[in-house]
Structures are given as structure tokens and as C-alpha cells.
Write a protein that binds this ligand. Structure first.
Ligand SMILES: Nc1ncnc2c1ncn2[C@@H]1O[C@H](COP(=O)(O)OP(=O)(O)OP(=O)(O)O)[C@@H](O)[C@H]1O
Ligand SMILES: [Mg+2]
Length: 321
């Protein structure tokens, strides 16, 4: 299968510098000059051994969207559908070894960054992104799309990162194309109280997008009501795009099984962007897919707590004939 990846534009404009390297002319067999058959997408995140969140969820989300998934671990997390038991952080030196092992070898089309775990890790990821962008510019290639899921606040409301790490995540947001905060995370990023209405949330997202220069995919999962809207907020600072707010409405699925929805959505966005013409198209498709995954989550019967969504709800398995 050959996907219609966007053509590479080596012109050194800021917007084109953010386009994925799409390879050369199409070729049937993956030989020299052939375009890759799938976007190569990297998750940088923590783990979830029960598979509903973190890199395990990201890899399923990538596969469900036809991407080739790769993963670099920031932290090993002992967690299940009831919560986190403990976290082991191997540290920034080994994190960098993992990142370099991938980027020294593989042309990465998109990156999804999730839980960074601490300030040192966040700064190492920033340094790696800068080195990758510089290397790509030197060789006239475009840098990967970057989606940042700024995991900072647990569902309980507990702040997961200290002040230094929160600032490091803000600095990472400046390097990302799209940031996908939930409402408590948006409040931390924007320096406000947590929004309690969709209109307040939109106002915060618009002001944060304007000051940070990043596109924001605002997530409404933490509100209540018949629907669970998300919105893509594009500020004036994004080259080649007009400032806009696009709302994606979706019915709120009546289910307790929402573990990993944020990870899965941001991973879908990263996997889809190289295969779509813009963030709006990618976000629309990711949201529709996630709503289906939420609807099918209960039937998985994974765990006795807040279970995962079904990443493969729209994917046919390979079965023996
Ligand atoms: N019950 C639901 N029905 C439909 N969509 C939902 C529901 N809960 C969350 N979502 C959607 O899931 C996505 C993640 O939203 P949410 O605000 O829960 O993010 P999050 O808190 O970062 O998630 P996580 O807890 O996985 O980190 C959004 O697209 C949101 O609209
Ligand atoms: Mg989240």
C-alpha cells in the first residue's frame, strides 16, 4: 500500500520546515526513491502494563490509523485500571540514548509526546527535538510533526509535575505543532483556574494559543452534559493558516471506561497528520474514531476499574481463512 503522503518541500519557511519528510517518488517495492508505505510515528511517553494508556495505547492507536509505530519510554509505570502504584524513571541520559537510537536510523514523520515524568526528561526531549530540527534543516529535509499531550494533572486533580517540570512542558509546547490539554492542564498552561464551562475553556484555549503560538486541541472530556466537544484553536502566529476555532461535537458516551482517551486521541492525531492535508482534517477523524473506541470499550472486559477504549474497534483482525 502506498499512502498519499504530502510532498516534501525543502524551502526553509517555518511552516514547511514542520512538514514531514515524505520520501522521493512513489515506488512499488520500498526500494531507493520509493515513498514509505506508512508514516513512521514515534511515541515518547510512559508505560501502562494493562495496555490502555501510555506507549502501549499509542502503538495501538498508531496501528489503527495505518502508521508504523515506534516508542521511546520516559518512565516505567506500575499501573492498572484502578490507578498508578509506582513510577520508575530511568533518567535523561538513557532517554536520550533511546531517542538517538531511533533518529540516527529512522526518518521520523511525526512525534507524539506524552508523560515526560520530570523536568530533566522534558528538557532532554526539547534538546533532542532541536538537534533533529537542525539536522533536518542542514540537509534540506523537513522536521517531523510534533503533537504534545501535556500530561500534568491526574484525573483526581493531583498535580503530577513540580513547578520546574511544568515550566519545561511549557517550553516543549513552544516546539510543538499541536498541544492537546485537558481542562486542568489548560488551566496550568494558561495560568487560570480550571474552566467549568465550554465557553470559559474556549476563551482560555484561545488566549493560550495566542501567547504560545501553538495550535491547541482543547478537550472537553472533563465537562458534563450530553456532548463531549473538542475544539481546534489556530492562532494568528501559525504560518500558512488563518486564525480559527473549529469545534468537533460528539455525543458523550455513557461509560466509565475512559482510561487512556487523551493518550489515544493525541497518538491518533500524530498518526493521521502525515496522511491528511491539515490539523483540522486529522482532528476530525481522530475524534470520530475515539468516540467509536469509547463505545466499544466496555465489551473488552479489561480490568475491574476504569477500563480502556477499544483501539481496534474499526480494524479488521488478520484471521485464518
Ligand atoms: N464519556 C465520553 N464520551 C465521549 N467522548 C469523551 C468522553 N470522555 C472523554 N471523551 C473524549 O476523550 C478525549 C480525551 O478527553 P479528556 O478531556 O478526557 O482528556 P484527558 O483527561 O487528557 O484524558 P486522559 O484521562 O486519558 O488523560 C476527548 O476527545 C474527549 O472529548
Ligand atoms: Mg490526559
Amino acid at each position: 500500500m502506498t499512502l498519499a503522503l504530502p510532498q516534501h518541500d525543502p524551502a526553509p519557511r517555518r511552516d514547511s520546515a514542520r512538514r514531514p519528510a515524505a520520501g522521493g517518488s512513489p515506488g512499488p517495492d520500498g526500494g531507493p526513491g520509493a515513498r514509505p508505505s506508512r508514516p513512521r510515528v514515534l511515541s515518547i511517553a510512559g508505560t501502562d502494563p494493562t495496555g490502555g494508556a501510555g506507549i502501549q495505547a499509542d502503538l495501538k492507536s498508531f496501528a489503527a490509523h495505518g502508521a508504523y509505530g515506534m516508542a521511546v519510554t520516559t518512565a516505567l509505570v506500575a499501573q492498572n485500571t484502578h490507578g498508578v502504584r509506582s513510577v520508575h524513571v530511568p533518567g535523561p541520559a538513557f532517554l536520550r540514548e533511546q531517542l538517538d537510537a531511533v533518529s540516527d536510523d529512522v526518518e521520523i514523520d511525526a512525534v507524539k509526546i506524552g508523560m515526560v515524568a520530570d523536568e530533566a526528561n522534558a528538557r532532554e526531549i526539547g534538546a533532542w527535538l532541536d538537534a533533529l530540527a537542525a539536522a533536518r534543516t542542514d540537509t534540506g529535509r523537513a522536521r517531523p510533526w510534533v503533537v504534545l499531550d501535556p500530561v500534568m494533572v491526574a484525573t483526581s486533580g493531583h498535580r503530577l509535575l513540580d513547578a520546574g517540570a511544568e515550566q519545561a512542558v511549557r517550553d516543549l509546547a513552544a516546539r510543538a505543532d499541536v498541544v492537546t490539554p485537558n481542562l486542568p492542564e489548560l488551566a496550568v498552561l494558561a495560568g487560570h483556574d480550571v474552566a467549568t464551562t465550554w465557553d470559559d475553556a474556549l476563551a482560555q484555549a484561545t488566549s493560550y494559543a495566542a501567547t504560545s503560538g501553538a495550535v491547541v486541541l482543547l478537550k472537553g472530556g472533563h465537562l458534563t452534559g450530553e456532548t463531549s466537544p473538542d475544539a481546534l484553536v489556530v492562532p494568528a502566529a501559525v504560518p500558512g493558516a488563518s486564525p480559527s476555532v473549529t469545534t468537533f461535537d460528539a455525543p458523550r458516551v455513557d461509560t466509565p471506561h475512559t482510561h487512556g482517551t487523551g493518550c489515544s486521541l493525541s497518538a491518533a492525531l500524530a498518526a493521521l497528520r502525515p496522511q491528511r492535508t491539515g490539523w483540522e482534517e486529522a482532528a476530525r477523524d481522530a475524534k470520530e474514531w475515539l468516540t467509536g473506541a469509547l463505545r466499544s470499550g466496555a465489551a473488552l472486559q479489561v480490568g475491574t476499574g476504569r477500563g480502556p477504549v477499544d483501539h481496534l474497534h474499526a480494524t479488521s483482525p488478520v484471521l485464518p481463512r
